[in-house]
Design a protein around this ligand. Structure first.
Ligand code: NAD
Length: 295
């Protein structure tokens, strides 16, 4: 049994922390949201009143926060992980953040002699609950090996993608694909509607044809087609449009630095930026509302 500090108990962090509890670890969790705290407590997480308290006795710290700014604040801030963690504490950041923030966090922790990996995830809330996430891991090989057993308690596919920031690089490419296919799926439903096609038959055809995608099956933007979809629940977020927009921004920022022009992803970025500005709390599949023009 390991004592684990878990910061960020939201849509993803909550079920991930619950799986660490289920694997027999003692998890001390912290989140700013009372709703997230209540759910985590029910799953057996011991709730801390601050980052410092969650980290104080931890041998491993996991962060699952929205953006690079949040991770820098929580890890590098005055009362943060860097200041509070004991010698040898392993730090696993599973948030999806920019590569520069990931490398800054790596550098600061490594300077203190603490092992660290950036380990963003893919698979969404369903796989977070099932403990079958994919982890893309950047960091030194020894840190990867230290992290592996904890990642295995939360995931089914654990891939070491390279040095500091390489996990984020892989995640950014993956989510850029998700953002573009999500936008394209929504466009197909809107076009089909205008052409007088039935959404059910479109789904049946596309899901067995060359237009099939993970976005269609897991984030179907049309209500009544996929059981449990956000579209059937007023687009309550499983993966918020604001986070999708953030990830497309991260990808296009990295592409600009690398001198690569990405016209399709740029289009998806424009659509998601508009949605995030007004309804960013809704699910990414609500992008169909942006394409259709709000009802
Ligand atoms: P979320 O908004 O549901 O959860 C983030 C949590 O962090 C919130 O509960 C918030 O209160 C908490 N938080 C923010 N600042 C904090 C602080 N200073 N101290 C403590 N808690 C703080 O987001 P999520 O959907 O769980 O996503 C988390 C990360 O995982 C994001 O980077 C996202 O891009 C990535 N991600 C999400 C999904 C998904 O399907 N939801 C899938 C893969 C990756």
């Amino acid at each position: 049994m390991t004592t684990i500090g878990f910061i960020g108990l939201g849509n993803m962090g909550g079920p991930m922390a619950a799986n660490l509890v289920a694997a027999g670890h003692e998890v001390h969790g912290y989140d700013l949201s009372p709703e997230a705290v209540t759910a985590a407590r029910e799953a057996g997480v011991t709730i801390a009143v601050s980052v410092a308290e969650a980290v104080a006795k931890a041998e491993v710290v996991v962060t699952m926060l929205p953006t690079g700014r949040h991770v820098r604040d929580v890890v590098l801030g005055e009362e943060g992980v860097l200041a509070q963690a004991g010698a040898g504490t392993l730090v696993i950041d599973s948030s999806t953040i920019d590569i520069h923030s990931a490398r800054a966090v790596h550098a600061a922790l490594t300077d203190r002699g603490l092992p660290v990996v950036d380990a963003p995830v893919s698979g969404g809330v369903a796989k977070a609950r099932a403990g079958t996430l994919t982890f893309m891991v950047g960091g030194a090989p020894y840190a990867f090996e230290l992290a592996r057993p904890y990642l295995e308690a939360m995931g089914a596919n654990i891939v070491h993608t390279g040095a500091a920031g390489a996990g984020q690089a892989a995640k950014i490419c993956n989510n850029m694909l998700f953002g573009t296919t999500m936008t394209a799926v929504a466009e197909a439903f809107v076009l089909a509607e205008r052409l007088g096609l039935d959404a059910h038959s479109l789904y049946d055809i596309v899901s067995t044809s060359s237009g099939d995608s993970w976005a269609l099956r897991n984030f179907c933007p049309w209500p009544g087609l996929v059981e449990g979809s956000a579209a059937d629940n007023g687009y309550r977020a499983n993966f918020a449009a604001a986070l999708m927009s953030k990830d497309l921004r991260l990808a296009l920022g990295a592409a600009a630095e690398a001198g690569v022009d990405l016209p399709v992803s740029s289009g998806a970025d424009t659509v998601f930026a508009a949605l995030a500005a007004t309804e960013g709390h809704l699910d990414a599949s609500a992008v169909i509302r942006e394409i259709r023009g709000r009802d």
